[in-house]
Write a protein that binds this ligand. Structure first.
Ligand code: GRF
Length: 192
């Protein structure tokens, strides 16, 4: 299964998936990393892993539609079958959704539908929940709203946002590869 990872940040989820592919836990090939933030650390991580990094900024295009059309051309040319969002901070528009219907996956650091959007960990802590978690879901036109594929709960470490965030990221790095692996295997069974 050929996948593209979209990321705008540190890329720790990219790194976890890259290891999982290399070690045979995830039957997928990361053909490219796409970022809308050329300065993000994920670009350096992709370079280290010898994976092509594509940096495309939306504001270099007259519209979101044209930005996504340029992206689609690159993805199709590379044979990308699934798009895996890992800290990509931009809402996917109808153009890209139509090109990859039900083939875009996202990971979000909360138990959706609680705390969608930015800074989900901060939102959960500010709300005073005792348990939060991680959600892997298919992407639709909404913000963190698509069908849920997998979830895991993580206990909030009282008075320690850093440790809470660390615990959430550690769970992300396990649940994402597992959810993707079962998604890709069930797809292969359907095809067979
Ligand atoms: C993760 O918490 C992910 O759930 C969210 O953005 C963060 C990306 O972290 N969507 P990283 O760049 O993979 O380290």
């Amino acid at each position: 299964t050929k996948i593209a990872i979209f990321a705008s940040g540190s890329g720790s989820n990219f790194a976890a998936l890259e290891i999982a592919c290399r070690e045979g836990e995830l039957d997928a090939e990361i053909v490219l990393v796409m970022t809308d933030k050329p300065a993000s650390f994920v670009v350096e991580r992709a370079r280290q892993a010898d994976i092509r990094a594509v940096a495309l900024e939306q504001n270099a295009f007259p519209s979101k539609r044209e930005f996504e059309e340029a992206l689609i051309a690159i993805l199709q040319e590379a044979g990308v079958e699934w798009i895996v969002l890992a800290g990509y901070m931009r809402l996917i528009g109808p153009t890209l959704l139509d090109a990859y219907p039900s083939r875009i996956v996202n990971i979000h650091p909360s138990l959706l539908p609680s705390f969608p959007g930015k800074d989900a960990i901060g939102q959960a802590i500010a709300h005073g929940v005792k348990v939060t978690g991680v959600t892997v879901h298919l992407v639709d036109e909404g913000m963190d709203t698509g069908p849920i594929l997998a979830q895991a709960a993580v206990r909030v470490v009282e008075g320690n946002p850093e440790m809470t965030a660390q615990a959430i990221h550690a769970v992300e790095h396990v649940i994402y590869k597992e959810a993707l692996q079962s998604l890709f295997t069930s797809e292969m069974k359907c095809k067979a």
